[in-house]
Design a protein around this ligand. Structure first.
Ligand SMILES: *Cc1c(COP(=O)(O)O)cnc(C)c1O
Length: 479
């Protein structure tokens, strides 16, 4: 064996053994961070050495030094943000992706990566109920999926007005406007900024009691300005309550006024893969573009989002890049034509593997199971003293809060109590929840999107909340 192969073997073996240990001991480790900033810096901020180290030593020291700073977000009792775990086949394919180290920019750079992406893209459209002729891009996450879709929207809307934005830029172009409900995710606003459309051109419209954009409000806004090229952002699953806009009603309203409809379905679009939840996305296939994630509910490791565009020509015009030294293929799908990156990770492999591991039935079971666990968690927590359910999950997102028992306790006391309880739960190391402000009140978000979460995890998490409440004691009343 040559020196390089030997070093690689020792390094990978060290990594495999550490990785297996990481999973084997996951249930003993705290789910929240156990090391603070100071300790992590003290351990990791080593003098940069003049001489290098053997790779297996680098690996084992890395594992030691990050201890306590790795959240249990890949495990079954992590309910913060919307994160998702990694399916075994997806994780393993992700390792191989690094081993193969392909540049998935072009078919010529990696024929297998190009074909795998082509196939996985087709499967995704099928599972998500999107038009088979839609174009797609595998990007780093939903943030870049928004950016990709919005670049296509900008291209198409301005081209219809005789403006070639790829050539002329936005200087002197008709201003685009963006209509959305206030329930949008901040990543969309960032895409608007990156594309030079400007935050001030976003108009937030009122939502109903279910956080859905009101059709009258949309109609009104569209009618108030019939000349500006317009993007309408709709939501398939918002981060607080998993709200779905009424696509069947709203999309035709937007299309009557020639607006481009973009859907943020970072996790919520996956409802389409479940017979029980598919009704929530009824009509979504009529939109012009869709953004979603692989690294959330599909449980692909991070660095995986998908952009879909119903107008492949606009998508290609916005992204395609040609140069004399790159060898384009006549028939194959060159990723560079659809993606904002040049050199890029072959991120189709983990998605392909995830879909092969799950199959249609496995994906549906994953979606349904997460929703059931979310409901059980919210119900279980809701039965504890002082807990109040703010939102029972319709999909995998729910909200609870904790009331200050003191007589005459005010809103801010309940807000403070909720924060205290969240901190106390994290301190048990048993479960992880995050806080947010919803309709002016602090709340604890309950978000389930891991294949690893079991009924036992739900029990353990509810027990941890109970323990945290016991440890804090009832506030105020008997003080
Ligand atoms: C997570 C999320 C995003 C952003 O996705 P990234 O993959 O983090 O870039 C956008 N919208 C919603 C609703 C999300 O939950």
């Amino acid at each position: 064996m040559d020196q390089g192969a030997d070093e690689t073997r020792r390094s990978l073996e060290a990594a495999l053994s550490k990785a297996l240990d990481f999973f084997d001991r996951a249930s003993e480790r705290p789910v929240a961070a156990a090391s603070d900033l100071e300790h992590l810096r003290a351990r990791l901020d080593k003098p940069l050495r003049a001489e290098g180290l053997p790779p297996e030593r680098v690996v084992s020291e890395l594992v030691e030094d990050v201890a306590g700073g790795i959240l249990g977000s890949s495990g079954g009792r992590f309910f913060g943000w919307v994160i998702g775990s990694a399916l075994p086949a997806a994780l393993s394919a992700d390792w191989l992706t690094s081993c193969w180290d392909q540049n998935a920019a072009l078919y010529a750079c990696s024929p297998a990566a190009a074909v795998v992406e082509e196939v996985a893209g087709k499967w995704l459209k099928d599972l998500l109920g999107l038009p088979p002729e839609a174009s797609f891009a595998f990007v780093s996450g939903c943030q870049m999926a928004h950016t990709t879709c919005l670049a296509a929207a900008r291209q198409a809307l301005l081209a219809r007005r005789g403006w070639d934005v790829e050539e002329r830029g936005l200087y002197g172009a008709p201003a685009l406007r963006v209509l959305s409900s206030a329930q949008r995710h901040g990543s969309f606003e960032r895409a608007v900024r990156l594309l030079g459309l400007g935050r001030s051109h976003i108009v937030l419209l009122p939502a109903d009691e279910g956080d859905r954009l009101r059709p009258e409000a949309l109609e009104q806004a569209l009618k108030s300005d019939l000349s500006s090229p317009t993007v309408v952002l709709l939501q398939a699953g918002d981060i607080h309550i998993g709200a779905y806009d009424d696509f069947e009603t709203l999309i035709p309203v937007a299309h009557r006024r020639q607006a481009w409809v973009h859907v943020d379905g970072a996790f919520g679009l996956w409802a389409a893969a479940s017979g029980r939840h598919r009704h929530l996305v009824q009509g979504v296939e009529e939109a012009d573009s869709w953004a979603t994630d692989g690294h959330k509910w599909l449980n692909v490791p991070f660095d995986c989002g998908y952009a879909f565009v119903a107008h492949p020509e606009a998508h290609r015009r916005a992204m395609s890049h040609r140069a004399a030294y790159i060898a384009h293929h006549e028939e194959a799908r060159d990723e560079i034509d659809w993606n904002p990156e040049w050199s890029r990770r072959a991120r189709g492999f983990p998605t392909y593997a995830a879909l092969r591991q799950l199959g249609r039935a496995g994906l549906e079971a994953l979606i349904d199971r997460c929703c059931e666990h979310a409901r059980a968690l919210v119900a279980g927590i809701g039965r504890l003293p002082g807990a109040e359910v703010l939102w029972e999950p319709v999909i995998n997102q729910g909200l609870v809060r904790f009331l200050d028992g003191a007589p005459g306790a005010r809103q801010e006391d309940h807000d403070r109590r909720t924060e205290e309880v969240i901190a106390a739960i994290l301190a048990t190391g048993e479960a992880f929840f995050g806080g947010s402000t919803w309709r002016g009140r602090r709340a604890m978000r309950v978000s389930v999107c891991s294949w690893r979460t079991t009924a036992k995890d739900v029990e353990r998490a509810v027990a941890a909340v109970e323990r945290a409440l016991d440890a804090l004691g009832p506030r105020g009343g008997n003080a």
